[in-house]
Design a protein. Structure first.
Lengths: 218, 274
């Protein structure tokens, strides 16, 4: 029936949009980390300039969810999908915001001499990116099993963060001259750790969407 | 109205799962089959309806939900050639048992229909009608008190108290439907059956009926048939989904509308049925 096809089309368009937003968040993080590791402030600036587009996309998704709820009154799996997307969009936007904060830190750090310290930031970022990509894949295929595995893997980012935290504090004590830069890197590490948490939120929403199970705070 | 004797009973064993709840069941239906002549309209329905809740029946046209509703106060008895099998227990008494007083049954289990059907009488006389024919009141003042209370319970009193002697046909569609509810409430039923009570009403009148249903469940067990799934979601505590004369799923309304257990229910709820 036409009405149902319309709903299907709208849900499909909503899915495309949230995946687009996910792709934007992923790219922002990737480029922010590139600007940091390659000391390329131009790329960092591009990340910041692109953030308006990410914000607009989030608002569009919000509006689309509200329209679907008001006009189509979805139920059951459709309702769970729309609710999950409505809650997921701000999470993805926050991930992009964290990427922007990393880009800002990169611009500041790129104006100062390079630190020669061995840190786990690249590994943290790599892990966060893999988590994010896998989470978006799990969402696309309503794969609650994979979503649960991704949630478990967040502990690796937390471990890397703890290690980085202690290492940077150590550096601040032993080489006080680098303290400002160390502090900036500490913030970068914290942003990556938070991104891991946000990916966990996305996976919890995927589990809700697929199984109608609330696993948050359990 | 002449009332037929109980329809002939047949014994049927069905395999449909029995729906049970921990609350006391006001209505308990076990393995109910229903036939229009040789056509079987209901297949092994088993369901319990707890006291003082709103139970909604949903399903596509022809699925048997209205037929099933009418089995709960034996309204189908008046249709020639119908047969029923299984049990319908109200307060643990089988309403199809021989010797059941059907008039008394319909006093206990009232009904409101899709199309409001006020009598061509005054507003007062419409509500008083059931009280008079059932001789349930004594003095005139008692009758007036019961009419007033029924109109208040039906959220109509403030709109009609100054014109009780005017024709019921002068009321709006929504008011006429609430008048019919008042008429049903006047004889103080225990269960109220509503067959698409708001389907012919505008959104404001519908909203009043829904608010009324919400208030009435404090005193009555209400069973409502509706084609409007949003209405079922708004007013009911539990929802039962029927298809092709079978009860497919019954559950808490929020469960049915967010995460039904049966895929067929989900397909119907999400509009992907058929």
């Amino acid at each position: 029936m036409d009405t149902h096809r319309h709903l299907d089309d709208e849900l499909s368009s909503l899915r495309d949009r949230v995946l687009l937003l996910g792709g934007e968040a992923e790219q922002a993080l990737e480029r922010a980390m590139y600007s940091l590791s390659e000391r390329d402030s131009e790329v960092a600036q591009q990340v910041l300039e692109h953030d308006d587009q990410v914000d607009r996309l989030e608002v569009e998704i919000d509006r689309q969810c509200i329209d679907i709820i008001a006009l189509r009154q979805p139920a059951a799996r459709d309702l769970r999908f729309v609710i999950s997307v409505a809650k997921m969009a701000p999470v993805l936007e926050r991930i992009a915001d964290h990427a922007c904060n990393i880009a800002r830190a990169a611009i500041d750090l790129n104006n100062e001499p390079e630190l020669n310290s061995v840190l786990d930031l690249s590994r943290m970022a790599e892990h966060a990116l893999i988590m994010l990509r896998s989470a978006l894949d799990a969402f696309t295929s309503s794969d609650a099993v994979t979503a649960r595995e991704i949630i478990k893997s967040d502990s690796e980012i937390n471990d890397l963060y703890n290690h980085t935290f202690h290492r940077l504090i150590e550096l601040m004590v032993t080489e006080p001259a680098t303290a400002t830069r160390d502090a900036r890197l500490l913030f970068v590490a914290k942003h990556l750790e938070r991104i891991g948490d946000y990916v966990t939120d996305i996976c919890e929403l995927t589990v809700y969407m697929a199984e109608a199970a609330f696993i948050k705070h359990t | 109205m002449p009332v037929q004797t109980a329809a002939p009973r047949i014994e049927v064993r069905a395999t449909a799962p029995v729906e049970t709840t921990s609350d006391k069941a006001k209505v308990a239906v076990r393995n109910l089959d229903f036939f229009y002549g040789r056509v079987q309209a209901l297949h092994g329905i088993s369901i319990e309806i707890p006291e003082r809740i709103v139970m909604a029946f949903i399903g596509p046209s022809g699925c048997g939900k209205s037929t099933f509703l009418r089995t709960l106060n034996r309204m189908n008895d008046v249709i020639p050639g119908t047969r029923v099998g299984g049990e319908v227990l109200i307060d643990d008494h089988d309403i199809y048992a021989p010797g059941t007083d059907v008039v008394d049954l319909r006093r206990r289990v009232g009904m409101v229909f899709q199309k409001s059907n006020p009598f061509p009488k005054s507003i007062f006389d419409n509500v008083a009608y059931g009280l008079r024919i059932n001789r349930v009141t004594g003095s005139g003042s008692e009758l007036e008190g019961r009419v007033e209370q029924a109109l208040k319970d039906a959220a109509l009193w403030s709109e009609v108290k100054d014109r009780l002697k005017t024709s019921a046909l002068s009321l709006s569609g929504g008011q006429q439907q609430r008048l019919c509810i008042a008429r049903a409430l006047a004889i103080r039923p225990e269960v109220l059956l509503m067959d698409e009570p708001a389907s012919a009403l505008d959104p404001i009148a519908t909203s009043k009926i829904e608010e009324l249903i919400f208030d009435l469940k404090k005193q009555y067990t209400i069973v409502i048939v509706t084609h409007n799934m949003q209405q079922a979601a708004r007013v009911s505590d539990r929802t039962a989904f029927f298809l092709l004369g079978k009860l497919i799923e019954v559950n808490a309304t929020e469960k049915i509308f967010t995460a039904p257990n049966v895929k067929t229910t989900e397909d119907y709820i999400t509009g992907r049925f058929g």
